[in-house]
Write a protein that binds this ligand. Structure first.
Ligand code: UDP
Length: 237
């Protein structure tokens, strides 16, 4: 089977792990995600994952309103570590080797991120789950995903969302909205389309790191993206 991308960085938001729940981690949802990732990993694709934390805590949420922002952001980064551990556990339950690397040191529960070790794991066919975002407050896991994708020399960054691509307008509000199969970085800026946060978008654009926005909940979507089929939206230079 032919694949378009040999090494991918998949950004999973915390919210994607909630499934239909109001918060936290939905077991069925996480199992379906790891099965999709296993499918592409078994095709020989090297997979790095950056996971968010919005299902547990966000530094900019109303819960954190009266808090010192940096403190709230560290809590948010810790939330991503919880999600990373849940993902690793889910991968292991289906026989896929996975390693968690955290941008914040938490020796007892996860290795601290180092670039050479992460690359080694990818080359060995292990799924690498990058936890704790960039390790710095005032950033998001989108930016962490763009950063790790660049550092790992990934062929593409895949942003898994609830909507299956970038649309001309919000498809929930405008039934006439249509999906862009492909769009350039400049078109996305000119049309003021929100693909991801600005810092992350700028980093991808500068590095000419293509992005595919797609819906991970759609069965088989990840495999279709990796095979270069018309799935989601490809953002390119
Ligand atoms: N965060 C941070 N620095 C980072 C990544 C994340 O401070 O490099 C914090 C921030 O508070 C953020 C929270 O962790 O709100 C959870 O990440 P994010 O909101 O990106 O998660 P997602 O929306 O993808 O679930």
């Amino acid at each position: 089977m032919t694949v378009k991308y040999k090494r991918i960085l998949l950004k999973l938001s915390g919210e994607a792990l909630m499934g239909g729940d109001a918060f936290g981690i939905n077991r069925e949802t996480i199992m379906s995600m790891v099965r999709q990732v296993k499918e592409v990993a078994d095709m020989g694709v090297e997979v790095g994952i950056v996971v968010g934390g919005g299902n547990i805590f966000r530094g900019v949420s109303s819960q954190a309103e009266s808090m010192d922002r940096a403190t709230a952001d560290y809590m948010g980064m810790m939330a991503t570590v919880m999600n990373a551990l849940a993902l690793k556990d889910a991968f292991e339950s289906i026989g896929t080797k996975a390693r968690v690397q955290s941008a914040l040191s938490m020796q007892q529960i996860a290795e601290t991120y180092t670039r050479p070790k992460a690359i080694q794991y990818l080359e060995e066919g292990k799924v690498v789950i990058f936890a704790a975002g960039t390790g710095n407050p005032f950033f998001t896991t989108d930016t962490a995903a763009a950063l790790r994708a660049a550092e790992m020399g990934c062929d593409v960054m895949l942003k898994a969302t609830n909507v299956d691509g970038v649309y001309t307008a919000d498809p929930k509000k405008d039934p006439a909205a249509t999906r862009y199969p492909t769009i350039t970085f400049d078109e996305a800026i000119n049309k003021k389309l929100k693909v991801m946060d600005t810092a992350a978008f700028a980093l991808c654009r500068e590095r000419s790191m293509n992005i595919v926005v797609f819906a991970i909940a759609k069965n088989g979507a990840l495999k279709r993206v990796v095979q270069g089929e018309d799935e989601g939206t490809l953002v390119h230079s």
